[in-house]
Write a protein that binds this ligand. Structure first.
Ligand code: NAD
Length: 260
């Protein structure tokens, strides 16, 4: 079970979890498409992978734009001929009580997480149907299963991805396409580093208390999940060879959430 020789398109892979996935998929022999809003950072990441002997391509992509997704997937197919793995990973976080939540911020977050997952799924599924199958992974969150205050749009979006993964598993089966969702706990990436002071301010507590008593309180050992933990889970799911493992949610969170 391996992703060696497979073409993997990973959205939001110029930073954080997606960047580690790109590195570990490339190290496992996959050809990696780094699709990100930040083209210079995506190009830098692709150049590093190419220097290490891998095949990699950077494409500019706002996952919330139908035209940008279609163009980015077409560029990937023009280069590598197919898409075997899609990791729908691009995401943002907005911290705000509902009563102060700006409607534009709500719509932008849902567009990136949900429109982005739909548009990249549709474009890549069309390729996979033509080439005989593939696998799609969604970057969910413990917030696909649990709720936290101040994160209404994020929790709504991450719950929504569970439903999409399950529908893709059902529709994709006839075409050899599997779909699963990975649900990490807190991982120290720019997305999390940005929200620590934001949560401290909103909750009126110290940043240390945000880490200890908000982010890691329910874990079994007070530890952050790492980008490597998530990448190893993605490699396992992407390389799995039968539809025994489809439509599933796997939580990687030091036991913060148990049961799916
Ligand atoms: P990050 O901020 O380090 O990286 C996110 C990447 O997505 C960036 O490269 C950014 O440029 C890109 N991006 C943002 N908007 C985009 C758009 N419209 N189109 C294309 N790319 C876009 O964040 P991260 O922590 O690595 O998060 C990656 C995913 O993992 C997100 O879906 C996030 O919700 C999820 N997640 C993160 C954590 C965590 O604790 N860090 C936990 C659970 C789930």
């Amino acid at each position: 079970m391996s992703v060696s020789g497979k073409v993997a398109l990973i959205t939001g892979s110029a930073s954080g979890i997606g960047l580690e996935l790109a590195k570990e998929f490339a190290a496992a022999g996959a050809k990696v498409v780094i699709a990100d809003l930040m083209l210079p950072a995506a190009e830098a990441a692709a150049a590093t992978l190419v220097q290490s002997g891998a095949e990699a391509l950077a494409v500019a992509m706002d996952v919330a734009s139908e035209a940008a997704v279609e163009a980015g997937v077409a560029a990937a197919v023009a280069r590598f001929g197919r898409i075997d793995v899609l990791v729908s990973n691009a995401g943002i976080q907005t911290i705000s009580p509902i009563v102060d939540f700006k409607f534009d911020d709500w719509k932008r977050l849902l567009a990136i997480h949900l429109d982005g997952a739909f548009l990249t799924t549709r474009a890549c599924m069309r390729q996979m149907v033509n080439t005989g199958g593939g696998t799609i992974l969604y970057m969910g969150s413990v917030h696909s299963h649990e709720a936290s205050p101040l994160k209404s749009a994020y929790v709504t979006a991450k719950h929504g991805l569970l439903g999409l993964a399950r529908v893709v598993a059902k529709e994709g089966a006839a075409h050899g396409i599997r779909a699963n969702i990975i649900c990490p706990g807190f991982v120290r990436t720019p997305l999390v580093d940005k929200q620590i002071p934001e949560q401290a301010k909103a909750l009126g507590i110290s940043e240390a208390d945000v880490i200890k008593n908000v982010m890691l309180k329910e874990t079994v050992d007070g530890e952050f999940t790492t980008v490597a933990d998530v990448a190893q889970t993605a490699l396992f799911l992407a390389g799995f060879e039968s539809a025994a493992l489809t439509g599933q949610s796997i939580t990687v969170s030091h036991g913060w959430h148990m049961g799916g």
